[in-house]
Ligand binder design. Sequence first.
Ligand code: RIB
Length: 304
Amino acid sequence: MGAAVVVVGSVNTDVVAELDRFPRPGETLRAVAVRRNLGGKGANQAVAARRVHDDVAFIGRVGDGAQGDGVREELAGHGVDVDHTRTVPDAATGTAFIQVAAGENTIVLDAGANDAWDRLDDAERRDVADAAVVVCQMEIPSAVNRAVAQACRGRLVVNAAPAREVTDLLSSCDPLVVNEHELAVLTGVDVDGPTQARSAARSVLDRGARSVVVTLGAAGAVWVTTEGGGVVTPPDVEVVDSTGAGDAFVGVLAARLAVGGELGDAIRWAVAAGSLAVQTSGTHASYPDADGIVAMLDSIVSKS
Ligand code: RIB
């Protein structure tokens, strides 16, 4: 029997440089601090889900050697089932080079083993089929995500990050989760703020998605379904590091859906998780547990 929440996706080593400001082209800057830690949108989402749900598995690919063993062990150390996180011979584990300054970040990816598969094996397909909620994102090949959509019998959360066309997944996702930039890429419409986001998200419903959630950074999130939707707004918080906050949102959303939460309720939890995550440096190091989220829910405002 597989896990209740299965995340299929990327896993990286993040090499993070904290800076006073971003360098200009051609400029050399000293970092304020440098660290290496587990990353990858998929792995981050699995850890965020595991903070609030006991039964989470991650399906992905690492390279052979110490780096691959290390990220798998770190993920397992967070309580995530990594039985189907396979090693690709002669491949390097994915690496992300991240700069963080004034709460913002830039990320450059070396995908490595994340790009070295194009299908699910039988055991992985069974895990996906048995899950209540399955999550995928765009740091792995499109063919794998299509195989996930075909195998999924529960609820599929598709996070179109980094931005990529997802036409072949639209009829399967419930919800599609995007930020404003990713929504603009999908719709060809500039999106700035909740009103434009809602209207652009409705156009994605017209293309087949059952529900669409748009994350708006400090402004929270908007969501639409064929029956309605809403706006969920967090309180003002100090943003220390936004890296991986979107992954915290997606992971917690999936975990709440897996316990039978309504989409609007799951989004409140996810907005609280994202809002807590940006207040501390790092990705999973900043992810809250259920108690932390529940303590914040009273300050989250939901409107239809
Ligand atoms: O969303 C943040 C993540 O994107 C980082 O952990 C990095 O690995 C990239 O995948």
